[in-house]
Design a protein around this ligand. Sequence first.
Ligand SMILES: Cc1cc2nc3c(=O)[nH]c(=O)nc-3n(C[C@H](O)[C@H](O)[C@H](O)COP(=O)(O)OP(=O)(O)OC[C@H]3O[C@@H](n4cnc5c(N)ncnc54)[C@H](O)[C@@H]3O)c2cc1C
Length: 412
Amino acid sequence: MSALPDVIVIGAGVIGLSAALALQAEGRRVVVLDREGPAAGASAGNAGAFAFTDILPLASPGILRKASKWLLDPLGPLSVPPAYALRIAPWMFRFWRACAPHRVAQSTAAQTALMDLSKALLEPFLERTGTLPMLRKDGNLQVYEGEAEFRASLAGWQARAGHGIDFHHMNAREMAEIQPGIAPRFTHGTFTPGWYSISDPKLYTLALAERFVAGGGRIDQAEARALRPVENGIEVTAGTTLRAGHVVLAAGAFSHRIARTLGERIPLETERGYNTTLPASAFDLRTQITFGGHGFVITRLSSGIRVGGAVELGGLDLPPNFGRSRAMLGKAKTFLPGLDARGGTEWMGFRPSLPDSLPVIGVARETPRVVYAFGHGHLGLTQSVGTARLVADLVAGRKPAIDLSPFSPRRF
Ligand SMILES: Cc1cc2nc3c(=O)[nH]c(=O)nc-3n(C[C@H](O)[C@H](O)[C@H](O)COP(=O)(O)OP(=O)(O)OC[C@H]3O[C@@H](n4cnc5c(N)ncnc54)[C@H](O)[C@@H]3O)c2cc1C
């Protein structure tokens, strides 16, 4: 590509690459910049779920009830390292405010619109990018320890039913038909068939990168440091100075640092997540299982069995505490007694998270030539294809496919 690109996309994670492919499909010359190369961030190590039924925002009264219990366990599902507690306090305050019932209703409606768009566009996108064989439709089984935990979940399921989501509540015998080998302490379950997975999130992201390059795109390894509006375009400082008509900022949990060079203050934080990927022979897993009371899931990937989740509000700079991966693995071994927990690989990644559990999708305050697409929290893979379409709409100056006001960078 010799002429100036039409668009520079910053970030070669699942959001940036999906957006780059959507722009390329509309005939635009696109360059993607990533300081490490494709699939370097959260997009590589996530749990691989297209969790389209997960429409309820994390910021909700239910999570506040669980959080007070979870925080008591230093290696539990939610933790705030003391070294980061003061820094994260304003974000937590905003999170708490987003838990008000009227805010939850608004976020649920917005999340549902983005989920529906993403689901409708997913299969045509996978088909076009040659990745359809990686899609699995083996659902998700949420399991509960006893009647009380199950009953506490019912209000959430009722809310999902109101949005047309299909699910089936089950007793232990019915669960065993879907997934044998779950410990008897899990007495109830809910199966959601409309929850899909990708066979491996890293291989999927790399496949998107390959497809983008095969379609004439270019991926440069460079760290974007600053953005500056210039006549008819945007200048990106990334070692050398690059220029394009538009810039899409999709640098995951690091995006706010770059947005700040345009004078924008966006309260992006990271919910650090952990996992261990075991050899594929570790367990005969037939669906993804969510242990909601313990904040982790177990997923079958082409590369192995992944046990992961947890939220650590520890910022971008503290070293990882892999005690968390081990704590989840220890629990998984108890919950699935046949699991062979040996020979795993540990990983930590940065979920990019806004306090109201919605991403930022919209244009910069200073110029519509910079499009923001970050902050997808627990749902970046799930919402990647819908986000890509919305980015393409914004770059083209078209009316976006859904109302973007709930996702506005100026909502804070
Ligand atoms: C444990 C865990 C489990 C998860 N499970 C799921 C799941 O099952 N389903 C789901 O939908 N989501 C899941 N997620 C969330 C999902 O992984 C993220 O929302 C998603 O990957 C975010 O994608 P992204 O492209 O925005 O960011 P990333 O994948 O982090 O990509 C950002 C890229 O930007 C680059 N970058 C950063 N700064 C710069 C710079 N200055 N210049 C150039 N490049 C830069 C990085 O190198 C990186 O490659 C999970 C996350 C975790 C941690």
